[in-house]
Design a protein around this ligand. Sequence first.
Ligand code: G1P
Length: 291
Amino acid sequence: MIKKAILPVAGLGTRFLPASKSIPKEMVTVVDRPAIEYVVKEAVAAGIEQIILVTHSSKASIENYFDRSFELETTLEQKKKFDLLKEITEILPPHVSVISVRQPQPLGLGHAVLCAKNVVGNEDFAVLLPDVLVKDSDTTNDLSLMIQRFNESQASQIMVEAVPDHLVDQYGIVDVATTPDEGQSTVMQGIVEKPAVGTAPSNLSVVGRYILPAKIMQLLEQTPRGAGNEIQLTDAIAMLQQTDTVEAYRMKGQTFDCGSKLGYLKAVLHYGIDHPKLGESFKALIQELKL
Ligand code: G1P
């Protein structure tokens, strides 16, 4: 059973400056809540019960957001603002806990995941990169389908989506014999971090959702620095794939890269028009723009 998820949040978010100068990029608001809440909710919807933040000293506001706020709760109660009180106390269901560990040095994504080794212990786990929001296509949550597939086959699952050929150098890219249908997995023959355009084994990019076995931690300990002189999760997965089956899961939903400014604006538009209370008025606002 996959019950733990690692969310690396220690990065300084240089792609999102100046906003990320004094607030964590994960706390930038998408409609009416911080981006990270969507990612945590995605994990919880897939059955995750423990969220492990791999964090940095400048990011305490993320931990505070998922903690209780006695002062705020008391004030809302006294003012009889019960709707708001409910909203802020029900961000997480009671069976879900959030804990954090520090990544003391920025040595890469692989290193960030390794920082959670002692918390994960001998359990298999999920990794969700919070820059990317994954919006369900229908009622199906892609992460739960990956977990289901992992439970059936014990094969690690790497979520992928097709990207234009000229963008392959921005992502991990997988090598597969045939491209799986959306919602399906296929055995992966290789994976490479940010290949130069024209050298990639496919156009299937790693989205930032992984289901991995506990033993990947030992592989991460042996992983030398790779692309960008960083310890890459992709390289440890390539090592794992030498001995174990690793599968690429092709997602059905849609991704929004909130680490980039345009991706963020796109997320605000999509989540805004789907918002249960604001959606209709927001659509009307967009129509008023008459672009
Ligand atoms: C990371 C991973 C990469 C993946 C990407 C998805 O890269 O290393 O394999 O495709 O996230 O967003 P980063 O964007 O942190 O450079």
